[in-house]
Design a binder for this molecule. Sequence first.
Ligand code: F6P
Length: 550
Amino acid sequence: MNAERRTRLNQMPEWTALAKHREQLGEVHLRELFAAEPGRGAGYTLQVGDLYVDYSKHLVTDETLALLRDLAAATGVFGLRDAMLRGEKINTTEDRAVLHVALRAPRDAVIEVDGKNVVPGVHAVLDKMSAFSERVRSGEWTGHTGKRIRNVVNVGIGGSDLGPAMAYEALRAFTDRDLTVRFVSNVDGADLHEAVQDLDAAETLFIIASKTFTTIETITNATSARTWLLNELGAGQEAVAKHFVALSTNAEKVADFGIDTANMFEFWDWVGGRYSYDSAIGLSLMIAIGPDRFREMLDGFHLVDEHFRTAPAESNVPLLLGLLGIWYGNFHGAQSHAVLPYSHYLSKFTAYLQQLDMESNGKSVTRDGTPVEWETGPVVWGTPGTNGQHAYFQLIHQGTKLIPADFIGFADPVADLQPGLVAQHDLLMANFFAQTQALAFGKTPEEVRAEGVPEELVPHKTFKGNHPTTTILARELTPSVLGQLVALYEHKVFVQGAVWNIDSFDQWGVELGKVLAKRVEPALTEGADVPGLDESTKALVAKYREVRGR
Ligand code: F6P
């Protein structure tokens, strides 16, 4: 599929209509919107699977939403969605299909790339992963010395790390507590050093996760892990096969590394790195939670895929969330978007979304290569909400920036907590609900005065409110619910990229740094005169060498 020229986004009548509408709404306050529309709280909600999505605390009216949907229609969001689902090569700059949805399609589905149904291959790999996971979990798979595997270390970076690391944390309550699972990503040797400190090499399995198997950080860490293992075991290369498996699209490089390709779990070039943790890249997670739970997670993904594919625009949740982001980013000047889970288990969720969203939509040319004249992807940030409340929430409440935020919470605590800790859940959720209320409605000077606050403190204690939030509430953080949440954000990002007319599935922006790092390294190690180094970098390299005594 070629990148088609289409009318510039900011010249479309639907865009102009939104800009005009924005002007008309002016500084309307959520207080006014709620006053004008009784029932808004329960009315501005949608349900997808287990996720109850409340968007009532947004600076929108029915008209805003209709105009945003008009924009989606005019920019062909659903047409691009269907092209993606048909296996068309919508990642035009890499000439690739975009089919992460095939990773969670049921066995009997038919999804074709270049005329070939990819679903049987997906299930063949899932079956192979399941069999291997069961062998590790049961103790049948043993290391070189015959000991069972008790430690699993995933070595990968970016999409080959963030997804499984996030999901392992999220589903910890469902994991086999006898297994230690760790994730090494940073090329800083400290990462691997700390990860293996207390591990018995004889009981350790390294999973080398790299789509390309050329990523320098991963291959360097994998090589060091191999050295560590062989030293610890006092063994030769023959030990590698029992302690190293690979997750990759590149069988040749896997074999070059010395891993038996029989122990390679394959995926395909139509799976983007940041969309890959439900592929073979999730092997560490599958070992931790077991194949059945993993498949429940895939079913959760699929449920939201089907919703995105079939739900009408008015009730399509990923569409809605994508369009709300456009409303704030393009018509209110918001630069960032906070994602604030009220679940300790989701502590890595926002970091995961940062790659998903920012690597996808951090683009400044359209699909046909012309510069955009509109804002694209926001800065995505956040940590678990309760911790954030005592850190950066001050700025969201009373700072000068507009920061739309997603609040994600659960009615039931997930784990087998002690009764005392279960009771804490209500306190956690009281914070959850109180914060979105305070952000939306604030506190007027009159209300502050009525509390007897001295006049000079009134401005300090006044909260303007009007900070928009989405609340996503589910009963419990299960594997299926995690899949639903991730698919929701994947499709939200898709919607935004489609409206902005950018290629959400390439990542050329990370290439330059990679190329330069390779070029600069000999300057550090050998003092080589690297051509093309700028004045500042040269001086910094010289300082580094001086400090290191070179
Ligand atoms: O950072 C760029 C990137 O290509 C990501 O998109 C990807 O997830 C990561 O590097 C890791 O790549 P690989 O899985 O090929 O090692």
